[in-house]
Design a protein. Structure first.
Length: 69
């Protein structure tokens, strides 16, 4: 995973946790706009989420942030 994507994931997780608390869940789509403007990065995140870690569709933001770190 690229350093840019890691930083984006950590930022989004931290923002969601600050807004909604430590039990907030999210999917890998939370890191992207509603349009598919960068399919390569979307696939990178999807591969990491689904194939590498076999995560459920929604996971706790705290868990995702810790995995990325």
């Amino acid at each position: 995973m690229t350093a840019e994507l890691k930083a984006k994931i950590i930022h989004v997780c931290n923002t969601k946790i600050a807004q909604k608390g430590e039990n907030v869940g999210l999917s890998f789509y939370a890191f992207f706009a509603n349009k598919n403007d960068n399919p390569k990065v979307l696939m990178e995140a999807a591969t990491w989420w689904i194939q590498t870690h076999q995560l459920d569709h929604f996971e706790k933001a705290v868990k995702i942030r810790d995995l990325v770190r």
